[in-house]
Design a protein around this ligand. Structure first.
Ligand SMILES: C[S@@+](CC[C@H](N)C(=O)[O-])C[C@H]1O[C@@H](n2cnc3c(N)ncnc32)[C@H](O)[C@@H]1O
Length: 255
């Protein structure tokens, strides 16, 4: 799956508003001096830009499988970047010298098996993990009768069988905490980082509804009813009579 730089730019402010302040405090209390951080699934560098201010004088290694996004990132970031690696996170196996891994909005894309293997590798090096904006689910307020069906279908689409297996999707928070806490005995802190989307963000509304329509079209043959549902939602957003919460978690885990 590839991600456009326009989408990453659109989501940046939503992510930054949603980030959990208690989790950030835990991280700041745990690391009180400059460290070396590896950001995985860096994209255009939104997560790094956000945390560079908070981890002053720390150095960074950035990893992403999309060379075009890393090129944009190169232009956005200059200071304290030790290395940019073009490649898959799943091929990483040397975490020598890394204190913390940051990962924003990526683990829902991974299968449980991929996450377990990754977690075991970082655990062997005693590396901490700050995994933010892990997708959980969504709900509209007020709720219409068909919302539940379509949201469940959307979540099923995220976890459909793909060439690498089934992505964790909405189950990623549970899986991440199970693996880190129960299997690897990390100390785990978790808090919510929800997006609230309303009529004040028409670009985001349009993008999310289109994204949902595309995914749901692959799940149902009744595209007329689906189209009507999307159009109803568009109207309600224009009339300021609905809002959407996309719920996420932020997780900080340390040995
Ligand atoms: C939703 S985007 C998040 C980007 C960035 N973390 C942010 O907060 O803006 C997911 C990112 O993970 C990258 N990605 C997905 N699977 C990957 C893999 N196996 N190895 C490396 N990068 C991967 C994508 O190229 C994309 O940049």
């Amino acid at each position: 799956m590839s991600f456009s730089k326009e989408w990453l730019s659109l989501r940046r402010d939503f992510d930054n508003r949603a980030r959990n302040k208690c989790i950030e405090k835990c991280v700041a209390q745990y690391f009180t001096h400059p460290i070396h951080i590896m950001d995985i699934g860096t994209g255009t560098g939104n997560n790094v830009v956000y945390y560079q201010e908070k981890f002053e004088d720390s150095s960074w290694t950035l990893v992403d499988s999309d060379a075009d996004l890393l090129d944009v990132c190169r232009k956005n970031l200059r200071q304290n970047i030790r290395e940019m690696q073009h490649g898959s996170i799943l091929d990483l196996d040397n975490f020598q010298g890394v204190d913390l891994i940051t990962a924003n909005a990526i683990f829902d894309l991974f299968s449980p098996e991929q996450f377990v293997s990754f977690a075991q590798k970082i655990h062997a090096y005693g590396v901490s993990l700050l995994a933010t904006l892990n997708y959980k689910s969504m709900y509209f307020t007020p709720q219409a009768p068909q919302d539940k069906v379509y949201i469940e279908m959307y979540n099923q689409h995220m976890t459909r069988k793909q060439n690498f297996g089934c992505a964790m999707g909405e189950r990623c928070t549970q899986k991440i905490t199970d693996v880190l806490l129960d299997k690897l005995c990390y100390n785990v802190h978790m808090g919510k980082s929800d997006w609230i989307i309303d009529s004040s963000s028409p670009k985001m509304v349009k993008h999310i509804l289109q994204f949902m329509f595309n995914a749901l079209s692959e799940m149902t043959s009744d595209t007329t009813t689906l189209q009507n549902w999307v159009e109803d939602k568009q109207k309600m957003f224009q009339q300021k009579s609905v809002q959407l919460c996309i719920s996420h978690s932020d997780i900080f885990a340390h040995p």
